[in-house]
Design a binder for this molecule. Sequence first.
Ligand code: ADP
Length: 479
Amino acid sequence: MKLRFELKITLLYLLLGGLWILFSDKLLLSITQNKEALTQLQTYKGWFFIIITGLFFYSFVRKQLIKLERSEKHLEKTNKEIKKVNQTLIRKTREIEQINRELEYSRDKAMESDRLKTAFLENMSHEIRTPLNGIVGFSELICEKGISDAERLEFSSIINSNSQQLLEIIHDILDISSLRTGQVRISNTPVSVSDLLDEIHIRWNKEAEYKSITFPKPHLEKDIILRSDYQALKKIIDKLVHNALKYTAKGSVSLNVFMDEEILNVNISDTGIGIAPEETELIFEPFYQVNTAGKDLNSGNGLGLSIAKEYAAGLKGRVICRSTPGKGSVFTLKVPVSEQLHEISGIPERDEVKITPKAKGKTVLIVEDEFNNYLYLNEILKPLNVNIYHAHNGSEAVEYIRNNPVVDLILMDIKMPVLNGYEATRIIKDLNPEVPVIAQTAHAMSGDREKALESGCCDYLTKPLKREDLIELVTKHLK
Ligand code: ADP
């Protein structure tokens, strides 16, 4: 471009100069022949040429420079735009890379979760079949002729413990789904750590004795009383102690507690099979189980630690695992506690269970569509000497109350044909606001209790019902 510009100017200059030389002399000679005048005119001609070419060059160069300046500006502008587009492209590329990474991560997670779910289903099938096998098998044996009372008692206790095991599996599944969908409410009430540890120790001591594992009773110099959620803490420690005993064949399991500033620390140590360092995070994923040679393959459902982790998160705390394969593990629960109470009186007393003889002769209406469940309730309530009536659904119960206003207590199933327990309770409470209604239902999801209370029930029991819980509530509400 530069060369072309110079070439253009030079050629133009040569052309003009040549033309000027050729024609100007002829022109002058046609004007005058006087030598003096011609010399004078030659000088003017020279000046004229210089001025004209000077002006020409000036305007030409200026025009070119303006053009150049304009194109430079345009170039600059385009450059800026290109830079902007470039930056946007870089940003977009980074975003795409990030999205790609996230997609890869989600794909891996989905594949992993699919794998874990398959493993879980296989495992769960075994987990459910084992206690069911015990229940079905011993239920048949218990009815056989010729078995002694001691055997009958033993069989019944096996059926009971297998049922508890089955119930625990169901609780775990419900727990993890409620926890993961944020449906679990965490309370903030005074908690005695000493009571908590005692309860856990009592629960697992037999198992430790059975496996000949040392499991010393946790000792606290002075009880720690703080505000937290007793049930959530119990669930977490319970799962960790259960695992410690499950994955320890010999040696010891110990439980100790200390406060570090405003953080409650609970250590659960064992001398069991341990966990490889690369697995100490993964084991907190739902359904994740370590494939360790020494491990009892039928050891669980892979939900314990994820339940513990979710409850800990609910308490704004966490569970940490340190472990050495072949030597043992230490699981530490860390929970921040904003307030440490010093007054023992901060702990609310549990309601006293008063088995009152006043129950005798009172009327109890059992609303239950499943006949076996009705028979079971009837059996449990027999020792109270109450008069029992049976309604097969909510509608029958409403009818019964309309015709017999004198009923002292109602045990209300929730899921029933014709009219469900919530609706029936609402109508009954309109007819007779005084009558206490206890909901008894297989709905064990969180929020069901609130629904029952909202409809007018005074209390709530989940199936399978425990004899003591039922007696306790019935006698509490029978006035
Ligand atoms: P599981 O029902 O299989 O015990 P968890 O979620 O409680 O499920 O634990 C996940 C896995 O972590 C277990 O399968 C086990 O391999 C490992 N694990 C948990 N606690 C311990 C422990 N104290 N010692 C060794 N391994 C453990």
